[in-house]
Design a protein. Structure first.
Length: 187
């Protein structure tokens, strides 16, 4: 195959960003891209494997999240191309660049999965804020705006996960329903 250019090779940009700004911000965006791809895979896995009494709600919740994350990483990748860089795509490189750790293979309790998802979202919010600050300082206002829009959605997903993990419930009983039913059958 004939390569037009190397993945990290700068190709100028049509929006007037200096090479220095484009290069600095592209490195950050590439890390975000890799992390969002990792999160996307994570949500997809949870969507496929969720079971139990809240299956339907969680199944749809994970689907909504992976669709939203996909749209976000697509926007990040598009921004990289505007800046004159090719986005990281190879799975090995995505794995190396991601600051979000992928859950190991296997099936886990859904509560653990949700906790990992919330931690990943929290990590992403911290990293996005750093990049927003950097974009502002470099006068890369389009990247700043894009990342602020994404940040709002990431925070919202983390907040919704927090609701699933909440301690409150409308159920008042402390014993499982099975015990109550078996106890009344013995009377």
């Amino acid at each position: 195959m004939d390569k037009l250019r190397e993945q990290k090779e700068y190709a100028d940009n049509p929006v007037g960003l200096s090479k220095e700004t484009a290069t600095a911000m592209a490195k950050e965006l590439d890390r975000h891209l890799a992390s969002f791809i990792t999160l996307y895979q994570q949500y997809h896995k949870h969507h496929w494997l969720v079971e139990g009494p809240q299956f339907r709600d969680l199944h749809l919740f994970f689907e909504e999240n992976y669709n939203q994350v996909h749209m976000q990483y697509d926007k990040i990748a598009e921004r990289l191309t505007v800046m004159g860089y090719a986005p990281t795509c190879h799975p090995q490189n995505v794995y190396k660049l991601s600051y979000v750790e992928h859950e190991p293979e296997g099936v886990f309790r859904i509560r653990e999965c949700l906790q990992r998802d919330m931690e990943a979202e929290k990590t992403i919010t911290v990293e996005l804020r750093k990049s927003i600050k950097n974009a502002t300082e470099r006068m890369d206002y389009a990247t700043e705006t894009l990342l602020k829009e994404i940040l709002y959605k990431v925070e919202d997903r983390a907040h919704h996960i927090e609701h699933f993990l909440g301690e409150d419930s409308v159920l008042l009983r402390e014993e499982p329903l099975e015990k109550e039913l078996s106890g009344s059958a013995a009377k």
